[in-house]
Design a protein around this ligand. Structure first.
Ligand code: FUC
Length: 839
């Protein structure tokens, strides 16, 4: 576990020594085909623009590779490159009075329209924006026509390979983002075709660096190129129509400074500086390394403004990496990455596409042809993206992971907390990447510190609060600058949702130290705020107000559309879950029984969930008519996923009501963004609607997935932008279709679509400390295996229409307790592996 205040440079020092196996070639690892999978995205032509490129990343540095000939464009990112600086925050000291006004208008006067207008007074400044670092250009000298072109991303080793032929020469480029060496590294080679009569052509190209930020590039000696840049001090979100949206502040020195430093090493041939570019001539192999850094020193500290200091950090990183040979860099990268990626396997159908189609062809044909292996590839791509954008010590994955090409990216590419950033982490625990969850926990800790100020100043309440947006500086106030739409700006329920992630991390690992040291203080602070936030509704209940069901609205009888209610279902669900988890934590840790009693008392006074005239779970406090019944957010269905408040074992009637609500959403067009479609996959999985879950995956792939498998969000007339949430939510949903553990038992293949009649997985995690693998043929499980990480009692539910015949460790059959509902309960010792046999 990382120390919460551990900084980037410290965590690098904590990396374990390389295993002795590293002396063997990384390619000595078994080939991907042997571990059951199709792990390559590949294309017959280069990408034309950023959004179609192939992403690589090490959690901190990102690059989008286009694979072009004769010009390669590689877009660079560094995850702490944001506009702005830590500031006093935007907590209006008149907030407590405004809050009282909103509550009077809504709870007493039932004047929703006036209440909504009054809520705007609580708003403060917008978040700042994530920024693209720049572009690395490789411009190759004119040569003959290109043949045999291939661009590929190998998810198994996190390598992006480009290869092509010009006449009798094969040109290859490999690109990787090394976590261990903290560089983006490229290897370019030119090799004559075997048996060619003529000698092959050589590498002749220039290397340049550009940026959309205020920047300068210059050669340093003959083999290094340095670009320094400065981000704006302020940047308005792209959706604001402001006159002067980009503000540089040179006078006060505000604005993050950053640098990209490139080192070019040629084998045979030469490298020399040529003005602001480097020129490579007559080389057969070139290693190009990129280091990058910003002046970021922490969410609450002014960034380092010294270009020299930032340069020194780049030089240090680059000097260290430049001492390594290419095979060493490559090997260290693969040895770091591959074991994490291989914690999980998944094969669907034949596991791979035998028809020789490229990934874009498969995506394009997915609509007409079932290709379960493509769904598996999409699943693996999600795991790859999390490993590439969120590693211990880095920033959490933002709206586009850590990739970006713009000065004003969509929605500032910030952290949207009313669904998007949480969805980024839905796969972390189940898909065995719990360590990648760490940056979100760090964000939560930091946000809670600013959030305590917002709670105190804006609302005069204890604990901590945060709203629907945050950024590098952990802004916690409601955004909107007093004129934002409360449907998004005023939602104050970020803290309990982030705390759910802390609890889940505990639930999967059973790590009581994590619960005690990291989770509990944050959970308690969020609960303290909510205890204070709950307000008498005049009918004997404690409710929430203002209450927003993100980002939906409802009709008043006169036809006005408003968005602020009291006691929306999602608020009640978040509070029930947080309070329930806090009470469990006090028992597990043997602490704070008095606080638990206060929570118990408040829970008893919350309004109940409500069912409407169509049998549906209501989203609002009453059955309002809704202008957008197919709204993209499924906020009231938080109760089903990610929360386990409603389950088939505990609350079957509420599961039916939730299913009805989902169906109403879907017949009215819900699920039209990538993340919304991905949420549907998870909901269908929890509802155990296997075939419909399969159709939801198909919809995500057909409707919201680019040919490079990146997730999309509609924008403007027929346009779209890349948003990464669906890339994580979709794979989380696929995992949820195969294994569930939220309902007091571990359920194998709970929502297997008939179209996925054959397959296998291994390494998925279940709550309580188990990893699970299952094989199935013709829709019937043939084998399953449980690896216990902790000693505990586990209750196992076989796939539908299956019976568990025996649980065995080696030849020994374990004593199990057979429950009346078809499950079995067994005690498993830590470190044991148990085979499940089906009747
Ligand atoms: C929420 C969603 C939008 C978009 C934005 C980044 O506001 O409602 O669809 O994903 O976040």
């Amino acid at each position: 576990m990382l120390n919460p205040v551990m900084k980037r440079r410290d965590f690098l020092a904590t990396l374990p020594a390389l295993p002795p196996a590293l002396t063997a070639s990384a390619s000595a690892a078994p080939p991907a085909s042997e571990i059951g999978g199709d792990f390559k995205l590949w294309y017959r032509k280069p990408a034309q623009k950023w959004v179609d490129g192939l992403p690589i990343g090490n959690g901190r540095l990102g690059a989008m590779v286009l694979g072009g000939v004769p010009e390669e464009r590689i877009f660079l990112n560094e995850d702490t490159l944001w506009t702005g600086f830590p500031g006093p925050g935007g907590n209006d000291p008149n907030g407590p009075k405004y809050l009282a006004d909103v509550r009077r208008l809504i709870l007493q006067d039932k004047n929703y329209a006036a209440g909504e207008t009054a809520a705007k007074k609580l708003q403060g400044p917008f978040t700042v924006s994530y920024e693209a670092l720049g572009e690395l250009h490789l411009k190759f000298d004119a040569a003959g026509p290109v043949t045999d072109y291939r661009l590929e991303l190998d998810l198994d080793s996190a390598l992006c390979n480009t290869s092509y032929r010009i006449e009798n020469t094969i040109f290859r480029r490999e690109a990787l983002a090394s976590y261990r060496d903290q560089v983006i590294a490229l290897r370019l080679t030119a090799q004559a075709l075997p048996g060619a009569a003529e000698p092959g052509a050589k590498l002749n190209f220039t290397v340049g660096l550009t940026s959309l930020l205020k920047s300068t590039a210059a050669a340093e000696g003959d083999t290094r190129l340095r670009m320094t840049a400065k981000a704006p001090a302020r940047m308005d979100p792209d959706y604001l129509n402001s006159k002067n949206p980009v503000v540089y502040d040179d006078a006060a020195g505000h604005g993050m400074r950053c640098e990209a430093l490139v080192d070019v090493k040629a084998e045979d041939g030469t490298v020399h500086a040529d003005g602001a570019v480097l020129r490579v001539e007559n080389a057969t192999a070139v290693t190009l390394l990129v280091a990058a850094a910003t002046g970021f020193r922490g969410f609450d500290k002014l960034p380092d403004l010294s270009a020299d200091a930032i340069h020194a950090r780049c030089v240090q990183t680059l000097d260290a990496a430049a001492k390594l040979s290419w095979p060493e860099i490559h090997k260290r990268h693969v040895h770091d990455y591959l074991p994490m990626f291989r914690r999980v396997s998944l094969r669907l159908g034949a596991g791979t596409d035998a028809s020789g189609r490229s990934t874009d062809e498969r995506v394009a044909e997915y609509a007409s042809e079932p290709d379960p292996a493509l769904a598996a590839l999409y699943f693996h791509f999600g795991r790859y993206l999390l490993l590439s954008s969120s590693r211990p010590g880095t920033q959490p994955a933002n709206l586009q992971g850590l990739w970006g090409d713009l000065l004003r990216p969509p929605w500032s590419s910030n952290y949207t907390t009313n669904i998007n950033v949480e969805m980024n982490y839905w796969l972390a625990e189940t898909c065995n990447l719990a360590d990648c969850h760490e940056p979100l926990f760090q964000l939560t800790e930091e946000l809670s510190r600013n959030g305590a100020t917002t709670a105190r100043v804006l609302y005069n309440l204890p604990g901590w609060v945060a709203h629907h947006n945050t950024d590098l500086w952990r802004l916690s106030n409601p955004v909107g600058a007093k004129s934002g739409d409360p449907r998004w700006a005023n939602w104050p329920m970020c803290a309990p949702w982030l705390c759910e992630h802390l609890w889940e991390h505990y639930a999967f690992s059973g790590d009581l130290e994590f619960l005690r040291r990291r989770a509990w203080p944050l959970m308690k602070g969020a609960a303290e705020f909510l205890l204070g936030w709950l307000v008498e509704d005049g009918a004997g209940h404690l409710t929430t107000c203002p209450s927003i069901s993100p980002e939906n609205g409802f009709y008043l009888p006169d036809g006005t559309v408003v968005t602020v209610d009291a006691g929306c279902t999602m608020d009640l669900a978040l509070i029930r879950e947080l309070f329930g988890n806090c009470i469990s934590a006090t028992k597990l840790l043997g602490i704070e029984a008095d606080f638990a009693q206060r929570l118990e008392a408040a829970l008893k006074r919350l309004p109940p969930f409500r069912i409407g005239t169509q049998g549906q779970l209501l989203e609002y406090s009453q059955e309002f008519r809704e202008p957008e019944p197919g709204h993209r957010h499924m906020s009231h269905l938080y109760t089903v996923y990610p929360s386990p408040l409603f389950t088939w074992n505990k609350t079957p009637e509420w599961m039916e009501a939730a299913r009805k609500s989902l169906e109403i959403r879907l017949v009215n067009g819900g699920g039209y963004t990538g993340w919304s479609a991905a949420w549907v996959v998870n909901l269908r999985a929890r509802l155990r609607d296997g075939d419909k879950a399969g159709l939801a995956v198909a919809r995500l792939l057909k409707q919201s997935t680019r040919l490079n498998l990146l997730d999309t969000h509609p924008m403007g007339q027929g346009g779209f932008v890349f948003q990464i949430d669906g890339n994580f939510g979709g794979p989380a949903g696929i995992a949820e279709m195969l294994l569930q553990s939220h309902d007091g038992e571990i359920t194998l293949l709970p929502a297997l679509p008939s179209a996925w009649s054959e397959g296998s997985f291994s390494g998925l995690r279940a709550r309580g400390g188990l990893t699970v693998s299952v094989d199935w043929v013709n829709g019937r499980a043939t084998a399953a295996q449980l690896s216990a990480k902790r000693t505990a009692d586990f209750t196992l539910r076989p796939p539908r229409a299956h019976k568990i015949a025996a649980l065995r460790q080696g030849a020994e059959s374990l004593a199990v307790h057979r429950n009346a509902n078809g499950t079995v309960t067994v005690r498993l010792e830590a470190g044991t592996v148990t085979r499940v046999e089906f009747a």
